[in-house]
Each structure stands twice: as C-alpha cells, then as structure tokens.
Design a protein around this ligand. Sequence first.
Ligand code: NAP
Ligand code: GDD
Length: 340
Amino acid sequence: MKKAIVTGITGQDAAYLAKLLLSKNYKVYGTYKKENDLSFWRLQELGVEDHPHLELLEYDLLDLDATMDMFKSLKPDEVYNLAAQSHVPKSFEAPIETVGATGLGVLHILEAIRYVDTNIKLFQASSSEIFGKTHIYPQTEETKFYPRNPYGVSKAFAHMMSINYRETYGIFACIGILYNHESPLRGEAFVTRKITSSVAKIKLGQLDVLKLGNLDAKRDWGYAQEYAQAMYLMMQEEVPQTYILATNRVQTVRDFVIMAFKAVDIELEFRGSDENEFAIDLKTRKVVLEVNPIFYRPLEKELLIGNPKKIQERLGWQAKTSLEEICKIMLKADLERCLR
Ligand code: NAP
Ligand code: GDD
C-alpha cells in the first residue's frame, strides 16, 4: 500500500485528492493546523472522513523538527503540499502569516526530504498569481514571474525553492501552476462560492442582496476535482515536471453572476456603473446585487489565463467541465445545504 501525506486536509483540493488517493488504495495522512473552529466538513461531504485508510494528524508546517519526525515515522512515498494561506486579500492584511504558511512551509518539507529520504516525491501547489503583472497571454511554464501580492510572492518563493531542491539534490519535486478552480467545496471567501451560496439564499428568501467587488475581473476558472486528478498524474511520472493547470478559457465575475441567477430562474437587469452599479430581478423588480468597493482589490488589472498544452500533450490531462456546469453543480449543493 502506497502512503501519501496531504497537507492542508481541511481545504478544498485536499478533500478531493484524499478521496482520489483512497480510491486508489493509498494510506492517506491528512495534516491540519490547530484551529478553534476546526472542521472536516469537506471530508464528511465526500463521505471519506471515517475511511479506515485515512488518518488525520495535527501538524505545524513551520516546525522543522515535527516535519522530520513525521517523515521518519510515516515513511511516505508521496507528499502533496496543499496547505497555504490562500486568500489574496488576506495576504495584504497578514503578509507575515502568509509568507510562513504559503512560502516557507514547503522549505521544511524539502529539508525533511533531503535529510530523511530523497526518494520521497513532492507535489507543490503553485499558483497563477506568480505571474501577476504579465503581458504574456496565455501564460506558459516559461512565462516570467511578477507577483503582485504577498500571496503571489510567497508562492513564487515556494515554487523556486522546489525547483532549486529538484536541481541541487535530485529530489522529485513536481509543481502544478494552478489557475482558479472551483467546486461545491470552495471556501465562501472566494468569489464563485460567495456567489452561489448567496444566490441560493436569495432564491429561498434567506438573503436580500449579494454584495460584490469588481464585476469585470476576469479569471480562468476550472473544476477542482479535475485539478486533483492532474496532481495525482503528475506524481506518477518518472521525471518531475512543472505544468500549467488551466482551462485556457476566460470569463468575468459578471458572467458567473448571470449564470448563477439564471440557474435559479432569476433574470437580471444591470443598472448604474462602477461603484454605483446594481442589478434587479426582472420579475420582482427587487435589487438583488450591489457593487461594494470594500471588495475591490489593489493592483488588479492583469489577465491571468493559462496555456495547458504541456500537460495535455504529455499526460493527456484536459479541463473538461464548463463554467456553466460548475456553477450549476455548486448551486445545487448550496440550495441543498440551505434546506438542511
Ligand atoms: P484552501 O481551501 O484554502 O485550503 C488550504 C488549506 O491550507 C486549508 O486547509 C488551511 O487550513 C490550510 N492552512 C492554512 N494555513 C496553514 C498553516 N499555517 N499550516 C497548515 N495548514 C494551513 O485552498 P485550496 O483551494 O484547496 O488550494 C489548495 C492549494 O492550491 C493551496 O496551496 C492554494 O494556494 C493552491 N491554489 C489553489 C487555487 C484554487 O483556485 N483553488 C489556485 C492556485 C493555487 P484552514 O482552513 O484551517 O486555514
Ligand atoms: N473574493 C472575492 N469577493 N472576490 C471578488 C469579489 C468578492 O466579493 N468581487 C469581485 N471579486 C473578484 C476579485 O477581485 C478577483 O478578481 C476575482 O473575483 C476572483 O477572486 P477570488 O475568488 O477571491 O480568487 P483569486 O483569483 O483572488 O484567488 C484564487 O485563485 C488563485 C489562482 O489564480 C485563490 O484560490 C488563490 O489561492 C489562487 O492562487
């Protein structure tokens, strides 16, 4: 039985990845950080929380001794480093915490691999945010980095450190440059889930208005389950690679808002502009959406869209689910949650 450590087990991707690895007969050690509001709701929703081959372990990503001890005692074959402070606005408010979890965390893992066993394979979750202020569209694995927020800077550090250990010590460190990927397990701090959970509540009369920031922000949005499959495929290769994981599609927050309301039979009419923009439900004439500048971001002008040609050609991986389908899947789950 292969053994895998998955860091950040309370997060979206780790839940899908844990389920996938369990289905492939892995022993999975999911690590989490101590929190007052600790919850394994995602593992519960996927029905794997009590799986006999899943063990949940409290582990501080920034404790080198704990990392070494964990690797010595568990002897993993594969480590998937998914833990991060992953919310871009929070990275401006808490840059030091972000650099710790998102940047430095992987260095402890790389050091533990170097000292304990250089045969342990690592998947590092990198991000399109490393490209930030780019003028190359779509981005490829060769595009120059220019991160524009503390989260992106931390991911760029983690990315380069993984490459450095790969080249210096021959460690199998593969890197997925992940573009946005969504699902019913997405955190509500992120825009798609904020929209689907609010639209479900509006539909059921539990909320009046959805308040958002920049409606014209563009993203390359894929489906999280498919990205977890790509992570697994990358770890089965002989030689570690860096791959862009993206759809090569670009849509706006406004597109997603329209899709979400349409999925519950609400047609919108947009009125006003910029921070005074709002939308009404054409049937009831009630305001159901308002722009609120408190959700605007500093330094957000660039277009991040990824070219997944390398992974398509080498591993046959392709993002398949359309954003409309993702939106419908998310709304269905949120409507069900509201009715529970
Ligand atoms: P997520 O839902 O935010 O999960 C991240 C996990 O990391 C959470 O379980 C979080 O725990 C944990 N974490 C945060 N700080 C930690 C710390 N100091 N020590 C240990 N664990 C810590 O993120 P995701 O969407 O699953 O993404 C998985 C990975 O891919 C992340 O590294 C993310 O940056 C990267 N990524 C994601 C996307 C995307 O669109 N989803 C795109 C690009 C890159 P708490 O919940 O307790 O804070
Ligand atoms: N969160 C949020 N809330 N975003 C909003 C809102 C709002 O009310 N209104 C508009 N947006 C816009 C943001 O300005 C941004 O352009 C876009 O929606 C997407 O925001 P998020 O869903 O928060 O994701 P993100 O793109 O900043 O970051 C995600 O993707 C990255 C990869 O590109 C995260 O998962 C990162 O961890 C990941 O690296």
